[in-house]
Structures are given as C-alpha cells and as structure tokens.
Design a protein around this ligand. Structure first.
Ligand SMILES: [Zn+2]
Length: 172
C-alpha cells in the first residue's frame, strides 16, 4: 500500500467498501495516503489509488489568495447535495500522470463524512475544495475524471499514460 497505482490498474475501477469505524488501522492508512499525496505532489488522494478498497480520502491544498492550508481526511464521504450551478475546471489525477482536461461539475456540494474521531461531519464546500472532493469521491466508486470525456479522448489519455510510464521506467 505504499505505491501509487496507474490506469489501467483494475483496482482503480472497483468500489471501495465503507469502513465500520475509524480505528488505528484506518488512521495508519490515512497517514500513509497523506505522505504519498504530498510527496507526489497532489491535492487529493483516494485509497483505491494505493490499492486499498476502503472509503478513505485525503485532501491538501493551499488557497492561492489567502495562503491558507486545508488538510484533512474523510472516512466514508458521501455527497448529499449538489448546487444547480456548474463550473468548468481543469483536472488532473495522480493515477493519470501528465494528463489534464476541462471538466464540468456542480460548483458547490454538501458532503457528509466521519472524521478521525468518528465524529459525523456535514460540511458545505465550494471552489477548489468542492472540486477535489468530487473527483476523489468518484474514485471510491471506481470512477475517473476521464469518464466525463468522450471514449476517444479517454482512450488517448490512457494510452499516453502507458507511454509516459514506459519512458519513466526506461530512464531508471
Ligand atoms: Zn484522481
């Protein structure tokens, strides 16, 4: 569980299971995920991406305007409502290195999750945070951002990832 998985790894297409409660094991996984995500570097990570089929998401980003850091873990996250307003933003994914695309999604969401202390949290999020969480929560049901594109574009990106990884391995 200490390596990032890339497309087309089948674990990225599987559904992650709900956790019963947040214990030592779950906290360890979250800690590991934070390390891998920050090192990558990435702004979000779902447990599927390191081969663990549990509903855990980590997030870390810095607000460009205020310089404020946001970093936390969500266990069993669930989006309970979406705003009518949609917005287009560019997305990338640690499991699809060097691939980016403009994706349209709802602007704001309300998300429910368990925090590290098993406390049920309900939170309304917007902006980058909303975008990251929608992307990561998709991962937990085996969905990738390229699924919002045409199959032609999707396949090109997946092929480009293979090329990129091949090149990277050859350089080692
Ligand atoms: Zn991703």
């Amino acid at each position: 569980m200490d390596k990032l998985l890339y497309v087309p790894n089948p674990l990225l297409r599987q559904k992650a299971d709900k956790i019963q409660s947040v214990g030592i094991k779950e906290k360890e996984i979250a800690k590991k995920m934070m390390q891998i995500m920050i090192k990558a570097p990435g702004v979000g990570l779902a447990a599927n991406q390191i081969g663990i089929l549990k509903q855990i998401v980590t997030i870390f980003f810095v607000d460009q305007e205020t310089n404020k850091e946001t970093q936390y873990t969500l266990f069993n996250p669930n989006i309970v409502s979406y705003s009518q307003e949609k917005i287009i933003m560019e997305e990338g994914c640690l499991s699809l290195p060097e691939q980016f695309a403009d994706i349209e999604r709802p602007q704001n969401i309300v998300v429910e999750y368990l925090d590290e202390n098993n406390k049920q949290i309900t939170k309304e999020v917007s902006g980058v945070e909303s975008r990251i969480l929608q992307h990561e929560i998709d991962h937990l049901s085996g969905k990738l951002f390229v699924d919002y594109l045409s199959s032609l574009k999707r396949n090109i990106m997946i092929k480009k990832v293979q090329k990129f990884l091949k090149k990277k391995n050859n350089e080692r």
